[in-house]
Design a protein around this ligand. Structure first.
Ligand code: 16G
Ligand code: MG
Length: 545
């Protein structure tokens, strides 16, 4: 790093001093916090993204400004790697270090040390490129400017503002760009709508016809807006009414959206007694989570179809297509977390599927799903997608070319190819997930109620416990058992034994300063009671916060 570069970094970082008492961690999915405190963080992540692009031979990096389902006054930032996936975990410690550097001098010293270790050369003609996106939060625009300054303070690096996007759109665009494909937002919409239409055309004509009507809760965020754009400009086969678009005075994520619906299990604002029985879906604030629901007869309670139910529907459909192919060509696997309802896991195993568990957080599930030819992953909260290995897609495309049109096998191959184009391969995407659910329901001829009957969720309960130090809880890699504090797992097991179909686990949250408790049992009363007694154990082993 030469003197000019050092001077430029010192000068630009002076504009964005670190607020006092701010202590940030990259956590499960990027930095998040009160938007008014994040200028310095976003500026510094801009620098990191440029360094990442330089390190990876000028491939494009994505930088998304969003705080997902958090309240509107928060914001956050996360980085997409060239594959469109999450930032490599190896770089997270550096992200933590620079975000917390207390002065411009310390920041520059950390960068210097890091680029020497990583052998990144700056200023010798190397170029880097970072694509920036933001959700609809009012703080997004000025934070985006801070990110741009960070990116361009590294010599040879440029920031490209891609405007307001959903998180999965930016990931999709970054992936496409680095694969040398067309990578605009229009290309995204075209890719989704073309493959959706192809799947619709492949629906057997003999099947049961279902209502096209869907009502979408857009969380007053970017997802509803983009869905409307897709419907208006590209798709005619769907009848979607978008509510909570943010245009009618509603507040982002406030009593609306996938996180609210899934956690509270009540109707979002704007839905009620007039919607009883109608198929409804909810996005979260940046549209990377999707859940479905329908309003039950009294008008305020809902029946929730969460990520586990979406996963089960996808698994059933994909398995049906794979079974139609001659010869066993692929390994299909599903990935869940410890939060998956036990009834969903039983159902999937009952289908004869390979079910594996990963730690909470998209990056962990994604990694495991990528080990299969077709890997389907979902968190119960609605984050998920289907990954197709490149070799399997090539095999399918090759097969398709040599087949006679119209045979069952040709149709199955064509459906699989279309799904691989429809469903976002970079990251879980509420828009592409919704299109796939819709087409599968039409294919099966199933109402939302019929889909819900695939299995019945076991009653569950989640509790948050505030403790002085949540890092004292250490779990196994699948988070199903606590290794520390010593003795706590035996005590939890003692409680679990008291209940029919009892299951419980604890884990430190990656996004909040709490220990989370999950409990499940054959009745709601038992699940509540198991949850409470495990929460008591957490307090007695770790003290109350
Ligand atoms: C983040 C994760 C989500 C996970 C949640 C767990 C991504 C994109 N998001 O929102 O997958 O379920 O954290 O939060 O990875 P917790 O650690 O506080 O329970
Ligand atoms: Mg989100």
């Amino acid at each position: 790093m030469d003197e000019t570069q050092i001077a430029s970094l010192l000068k630009s970082s002076d504009i964005f001093p670190l607020p006092q008492s701010l202590k940030l961690s990259y956590g499960t999915a990027g930095f998040r916090g009160d938007a008014s405190l994040l200028d310095s963080t976003v500026y510094r992540v801009g620098i990191l993204s440029s360094l990442r692009s330089l390190k990876l031979r000028s491939q494009t990096i994505g930088l998304m400004i969003t705080a997902s389902h958090n309240r509107v006054s928060d914001n956050g930032i996360k980085v997409a790697d060239p594959s469109g996936g999450m930032l490599s975990q190896e770089w997270e410690p550096f992200a933590d270090q620079i975000a917390n550097a207390s002065s411009p001098q310390e920041l520059v010293a950390l960068i210097k040390e890091f680029i020497e270790r990583e052998e990144i050369s700056i200023g010798g003609g190397e170029e880097g490129e970072v694509w920036l996106g933001r959700d609809t939060r009012p703080s997004g625009e000025s934070l985006l400017r801070a990110a741009e300054i960070g990116v361009s303070s590294v010599s040879g690096c440029v920031a490209v503002d891609k405007g307001v996007l959903t998180t999965p759109q930016l990931h999709w665009m970054v992936r496409a760009k680095n694969k040398g494909l067309n990578a605009t937002e229009k290309d995204y919409f075209e890719s989704l709508s073309t493959s959706f239409k192809c799947l619709i055309d492949l629906i057997p004509s003999s099947g049961n016809k279902i209502s096209n009507k869907l009502v979408l809760d857009g969380a007053n965020g970017v997802g509803g807006e983009k869905m409307e754009e897709l419907l208006k400009g590209y798709l005619s086969n769907l009848d979607v009414e978008v509510r909570n678009t943010g245009r009618d005075g509603g507040v982002l994520n406030e009593s609306v959206g996938a996180d609210f619906v899934q956690k509270e299990k009540v109707v979002p604002l704007g839905f009620g007694v007039n919607d009883v029985g109608v198929r409804c879906a909810s996005f979260d604030g940046d549209a990377d989570r999707l859940v479905y629901f329908y309003v039950s007869s009294n008008g305020d309670k809902i029946e929730l179809l969460d990520g586990d139910k979406i996963l089960s529907l996808f698994a059933l459909f994909i398995k049906e297509q794979l079974n139609t192919l001659e010869g066993k060509l692929s390994r299909l696997g599903v990935v869940q977390t410890a939060y998956a309802n036990g009834a969903s896991t039983d159902y999937l195993k009952g289908l004869g599927l390979d079910v594996v568990f990963a730690k909470t957080g998209v990056k962990h599930l994604h990694e495991k799903a990528a080990e299969f030819d077709v890997g389907i992953y979902f968190e119960a909260n609605g984050h998920g997608t289907i990954l197709f290995s490149e070799s399997f897609v090539s095999l399918l495309v090759g097969k398709q070319k040599g087949m006679s049109e119209g045979s069952d096998e040709f149709n199955a191959v064509s459906r699989l190819v279309a799904v691989s184009n429809l469903i976002n391969q970079a990251v879980g995407d509420a828009i592409s997930g919704l299109l796939l659910v819709e087409v599968i329901l039409q294919h099966m001829g199933w109402s939302v109620q019929k889909w819900n009957e695939l299995y019945k969720d076991l009653p569950s309960r989640q509790v948050k416990v505030e403790v002085p130090d949540r890092t004292l809880v250490v779990t196994t890699s699948e988070e199903t058992e606590a290794l520390k504090p010593l003795g706590i797992q035996d005590a939890i097991n003692g409680e679990i034994k008291k209940y029919k179909r009892g299951r419980a686990f604890i884990r430190p949250s990656g996004t909040e300063d709490v220990v989370r408790v999950y409990a499940e049992a054959s009745t709601q009363e038992d699940a509540d009671s198991l949850g409470d007694s495990v929460a008591q154990l957490v307090k007695s082993f770790l003290g109350s916060g």
